[in-house]
Design a protein around this ligand. Structure first.
Ligand SMILES: NC(=O)c1ccc[n+]([C@@H]2O[C@H](COP(=O)([O-])OP(=O)(O)OC[C@H]3O[C@@H](n4cnc5c(N)ncnc54)[C@H](O)[C@@H]3O)[C@@H](O)[C@H]2O)c1
Length: 317
């Protein structure tokens, strides 16, 4: 890959992908497109490529790029605050960004890997398999279903075009702090624990999530491009872990012994369990998750990003 474009490259997962691409393809010409609405330039320290600060849902692609096209397109740019209730903004910005991008790439059928989400499955508990009925419970999830529908429509019109979607599960890791409230549970609980406070989780901490480390997500995303296939795949750890286990894991890496402080969940229905069925991903993309929760948290801590920019007190032993 000599010319690679990445949307959302100033964001959490996008910037990890960009830095990995820069390492794997040092001679490649990389262009990041991001309007920085939720990302940060601070995530791109050391980036040597080009940066286009533009809202992709309104960008005139032909005017901007004048017929130039990449060899590979990674599309991660998206509104990522799932609590943003404005249905029109969520749907317009997320879907139109993808529509414009696909229309621009159509003449050369540039291979595309795009970020979908486990949120497309809705709030039903249990193992999530590609092929299960989708039940988006918020406008964000609805917009991701629309991305998948659009990709399918384009593939129907251009059967040789490779467009791969990945349903990312609960991702955590370096370069997520800029997200604020939508950052991962690992990030938020670590912040409380670094202040010497007991980590606050819903009673009784036995809810489970498919927490997946960002290095695995980057590896899945690259594998989807290299596989040269069309479709949708899960991208998780395949190992649901409880909130209590997350606290235990953080105590392990931060050197603390803080017990959870439980409080009642305010939501009438709260999803008790998410779990990615990874069998199709392993079979088709030839890749498996490498990081357990404990290994991911240890790597996160070692990177320095778990504690970077935090107000902290000496952890309570
Ligand atoms: N983090 C997770 O756990 C998770 C889970 C499921 C899916 N995803 C998906 O992965 C992708 C990356 O998410 P993230 O966690 O890195 O979030 P993020 O908010 O850090 O990154 C998203 C980036 O997209 C940019 N962006 C948003 N709308 C844009 C637009 N219209 N034009 C240009 N840039 C725009 C933002 O500025 C930001 O830098 C997203 O598509 C998200 O929906 C993430």
């Amino acid at each position: 890959m000599k010319k690679i474009w990445i949307t959302g490259g100033a964001g959490f997962i996008g910037s990890n992908l960009v830095m990995q691409l820069q390492e794997e393809y040092p001679l490649a010409d990389l262009t990041v497109m991001d309007d920085l609405r939720s990302g940060s330039f601070l995530n791109l320290e050391g980036f040597r490529g080009d940066f286009v600060a533009a809202d992709l849902s309104r960008l005139d692609w032909e005017g901007q790029f004048k017929g130039e096209r990449p060899e590979a397109m990674f599309h991660l740019g998206s509104i990522t605050d799932t609590t943003l209730q404005d249905q029109k903004i969520q749907t317009h910005d997320n879907v139109e960004s993808f529509r414009r991008l696909l229309e621009y790439l159509r003449p050369e059928k540039t291979p595309v890997v795009y970020a979908s989400s486990a949120a497309t499955y809705g709030i039903r508990a249990g193992v999530n398999r590609v092929g299960d009925p989708l039940a988006p419970a918020n406008a964000y999830a609805f917009s991701k279903v629309q991305l998948e529908n659009l990709a399918k429509k384009m593939q129907g019109e251009e059967p040789s075009w490779k467009i791969a979607g990945l349903r990312y599960f609960n991702v955590y890791g370096p370069r997520e702090g800029h997200k604020g409230v939508p950052a991962s549970m690992a990030w938020h609980l670590a912040g409380q624990m670094l202040m010497g406070k007991r980590p606050r989780v819903f009673t009784a901490g036995e809810q489970k999530r498919d927490f997946v480390y960002v290095k695995d997500i980057v590896a899945f995303t690259l594998a989807a491009m290299k596989a040269g296939k069309s479709g949708v795949w899960n991208a998780g750890s395949g190992q649901p872990r409880s909130f209590n286990e997350m606290v235990e894991g953080l105590n392990g890496v931060l050197g603390t012994k803080l017990q959870p402080e439980y409080f009642e969940c305010p939501y009438p229905f709260y999803q008790p369990h998410t779990e990615a069925d990874m069998s199709a991903t392993e079979r088709d993309l030839k890749i498996k998750p490498k990081f357990s929760l404990e290994q991911g948290l240890a790597d996160y801590e070692k990177s320095g990003w778990l504690t970077r920019g935090r107000v902290s007190v000496k952890p309570t032993k």
